[in-house]
Ligand binder design. Sequence first.
Ligand code: ZN
Length: 213
Amino acid sequence: MEYLDLAPYEYSEFPIPMLSIGWLGREHGIQRLGSDPSTATSLTRVKTSSRRLGSLTLGMHLCEFCPDGHEFTGNGEYRYYAQGGEVFAAPMMITHYIEDHQYCPPAQFVNSLAGLDELEWDWRAEILSKILRDPEQDLHFRCEAIVDLANWVDVRAFNALMGAARDEELADVTGLEIGISFGSLMSRGFTAHGLDAIPSHIKYAIDHYEELI
Ligand SMILES: [Zn+2]
């Protein structure tokens, strides 16, 4: 699947509008190939901001630019919630494209990565929280909401995750992601209460979240 950078994301359904980044292919080739003299800075910023994959069920992508015999494949996507309200979605291979094929992500995207850690609760968090709390919602969306709510170090994110942890059916399927999200919030200073009563596989994921993320 190939999209121009900053085009509306259409790769799969998602409840929040997103912009495509790094969905490279043969038609457009490596977008802005080597055009940024600060590619090393871009790479560092993108690498440190690409912490957690979502949508692992999307299937494998094959890099179309690696020479024969050096196949590189990736699965899942990174989503970046910018302070300005944009959400960018990039394939797992974005760092490979920058590092090995001189792909240069657009400045609008790279510049937005600076504020990812200081998100205030907003309409995007509200949508994700609503989806997670709604048992009628698609399980895939609920799971992605569990992953993405950890972007907000906020008691409302914690409470929505707690609801998921107490939902036996949901916790069975998504316990690992719930635990990683709890671990991620706590690693950024959130003081959690009430975790004694949650299932043990979620506790395990909290304790090992750095290896699991
Ligand atoms: Zn490659």
